[in-house]
Unconditional design. Structure first.
Length: 654
């Protein structure tokens, strides 16, 4: 049984006297939370009880009690003892803390806030310290008054921006681009513990109004823009109801009042006012206008002024000069930059600091390129200050162009993931000018146009007509020298990569990735030998045959990577297995060695997400010297995979 800490406490309170009524006020006092918080948890309590053949009886004036048989009560008590407590994630707690502080007109008691999110006062203090960098980014401060509590100080507009950013960060890490049936926000919020912060019917209603009114814009917004706007408007409605208003400088109001976005924002505000019986003043309309003008869009040629077009060319020339990499003939890069720069400059002029969950990673992965783009932007747009988040988005465009101008390599192994991803990472580390564009299994080759790749590298012999090179997946020095010679030869072809269709490719990829995340399990086992564990899997024979071709154990380390893609596998299986005693297994060099850790990856044949799963191989290689780090820390692994998903999606989009 998996339940939250607070849900468990409520059930334990009811179990103390299962035949007696207990008021919600009494339960709230027992838990040290508000009655509203208890009300919010009751639907989850009812769901848990129904699985145990128990029900929650409610009587006005008396309260609550559980009904059912003594046997079911005993079973529930036993299950509670063995239950796994699932508490709010750090990101979810961060959103709730901010939401509570922003919504509160008076200081919030530290004890009340800690109780609300189910953590100790000491832990809350640490989480408040971790919030300081987010607060300073939006020029906000957290004031602690002895005897009174906590109060968030700063401009109302900045408070809204920060909360929206943090909510988007949580949404992005759990359900990037949930665009099924055009309900971008509801689908995502409904899968998180944040769904009770806002009225879900209100989110649906705001989305519908957005869809109707924004059709009047002379351009189409990207899916993420709807998500951002919806969150900002829902938060704005709550603040207006509390008589809290934004303050916007007069010069910004005057300049934006004559834009086409202002007219659309006015109509949208009228519809919202009618729907929610509230008044959107001119500052609120300007607030919506700013976000419309700063929203990411699919741009039309009519919007691109001669000035922006020329400055885009200057930017490309400047970055080319600083990086010694020629971007000047890359038309895809130019179009992508034009698409991005118009709304980016609108965001900057309107003072909107857009959120970019990839900024930290981009600054680390593209250090020199980031510095070059930063310098080029200062030179080409001397009157505009580009914050790091905006620079990072632009770096992605140049980084993507760099990859597509590199040599294209196809890597083949028996399964198409696992060992091939290990080899892929090693090749890209050793040969920066090489881009591994696809990982494939031997069986995939029939469906591929092999002439579309500059080089083909394999871990096994192939029956193909194209030139290819066989190497050890761990890429010893002799194979590195071999590839140095191979990559020096004239390439087979030059390939133009078509821009990905976000809806058709990204959404199914994200859905598949989430299925993978839910299939990750961690186990500790006692077994006599590897075949004993092997036989517990449906594809045992196929795995055994695969092992004959190449061993699963990683030479020199107590770690193995059994993996296969097969038609008989219905659902993905990802298992991090720690053995109480090591067993003998064949390694990649065809010798026998001892293994204590197994990362087992079994995928259906038609899965779209081999590249996503393959990143687990990279994680494994990173921690070969300390395998305990990943085999005993599920949260760390899941967080790594969520960040990987965001990165892969960004690469598909940009």
């Amino acid at each position: 049984m998996q339940i939250s800490h607070r849900e468990k406490k409520i059930i334990e309170s009811l179990l103390k006297n299962p035949r007696s009524f207990l008021s919600i006020h009494q339960i709230a006092q027992n838990l040290g939370v508000s009655s509203r918080t208890v009300h919010r948890e009751l639907k989850f309590v009812e769901e848990t009880l129904s699985k145990m053949n128990l029900t929650l009886e409610r009587q006005t004036g008396k309260g609550l009690r559980m009904t059912g048989s003594d046997i079911d009560f005993a079973l529930l008590s036993e299950q509670l003892e063995m239950s796994t407590v699932l508490d709010l994630s750090v990101e979810e707690r961060k959103v709730i803390i901010l939401y509570t502080l922003i919504k509160a007109k008076d200081p919030v008691k530290i004890y009340s806030l800690a109780s609300e999110i189910g953590i100790s006062i000491n832990k809350l203090s640490k989480e408040l310290e971790n919030l300081e960098s987010d607060l300073s980014r939006q020029r906000l401060t957290l004031q602690k008054k002895r005897g009174e509590g906590l109060q968030l100080l700063g401009d109302e507009l900045n408070k809204r921006q920060l909360l929206a950013d943090i909510m988007l960060e949580k949404l992005d890490s759990t359900s990037v681009y949930s665009v099924i049936e055009d309900h971008f926000v509801y689908q995502t919020l409904n899968d998180t513990n944040l769904k009770d912060l806002v009225d879900m019917d209100q989110i649906f209603s705001v989305e519908r109004l957005l869809m109707d009114e924004l059709s009047e814009l002379p351009y189409v917004l990207l899916e993420t823009a709807y998500l951002t706007l919806t969150i900002h408007i829902v938060l704005a409605i709550e603040r207006i109801r509390n008589d809290e208003q934004v303050s916007i400088a007069d010069d910004i109001i005057q300049s934006l009042s004559v834009t086409p976005e202002f007219k659309v924002a006015e109509r949208l505000a009228d519809s919202l006012s009618e729907a929610y019986q509230i008044n959107f003043d001119k500052e609120e309309v300007i607030f919506i206008t700013m976000h419309l003008r700063g929203a990411k869009r699919r741009i039309s040629e009519s919007e691109v002024t001669v000035d922006i077009s020329q400055k885009t060319d200057q930017l490309i020339n400047e970055v080319s000069s600083l990086t010694h990499h020629d971007f000047t003939d890359n038309h895809t890069l130019r179009e992508g930059l034009l698409l991005h720069l118009v709304p980016a400059l609108n965001r900057i002029s309107g003072g909107i600091d857009t959120y970019n969950p990839l900024t930290t990673m981009i600054k680390e992965d593209y250090k020199r390129l980031f510095q070059a783009v930063h310098s080029a932007l200062e030179s080409v747009f001397p009157d505009a200050f580009f914050p790091d988040n905006e620079i990072a988005f632009i770096v992605l465009h140049f980084g993507g162009a760099m990859k597509h101008s590199s040599s294209s390599v196809l890597i083949v192994c028996t399964s198409g993931f696992g060992t091939s991803r290990i080899l892929s990472k090693l090749i890209e580390e050793q040969f920066p000018s090489v881009h591994v564009s696809k990982l494939a299994s031997v069986s995939d080759l029939k469906a591929l146009d092999l002439t579309a790749y500059d080089y083909i590298i394999s871990t096994v012999g192939l029956d193909i007509n194209q030139p290819y090179t066989v190497v050890n997946p761990l890429l010893p020095e002799s194979d590195q020298q071999l590839l140095q010679q191979v990559f020096s030869r004239p390439i087979l072809s030059q390939v133009q990569t078509a821009k990905v269709n976000v809806y058709n490719e990204v959404v199914p990829y994200v859905i598949g990735a989430h299925q993978i995340l839910s299939s990750v399990h961690f186990r500790t086992l006692t077994i006599d030998n590897w075949p004993a564990l092997l036989q517990t899997y449906k594809v045992a024979d196929e795995l055994s045959e695969r092992e004959k071709v190449q061993g699963f154990a990683i030479t020199g380390y107590p770690v193995a990577l059994p993996h296969i893609v097969h038609a008989d596998i219905d659902l993905p299986i990802i298992e991090f297995v720690t053995l109480t005693s090591p067993v003998n297994m064949k390694n990649m060099d065809d010798a026998v060695q001892q293994v204590q850790y197994l990362l087992i990856m079994l995928l259906p044949e038609k899965t779209l997400v081999r590249p996503f799963v393959s990143e687990l191989s990279v994680l494994l290689m990173t921690y070969l010297d300390i395998p305990d780090k990943i085999f005993n820390d599920k949260d760390f692994v899941i967080q790594y995979m969520q960040q990987t998903l965001i990165k892969q999606i960004s690469e598909k989009i940009y």
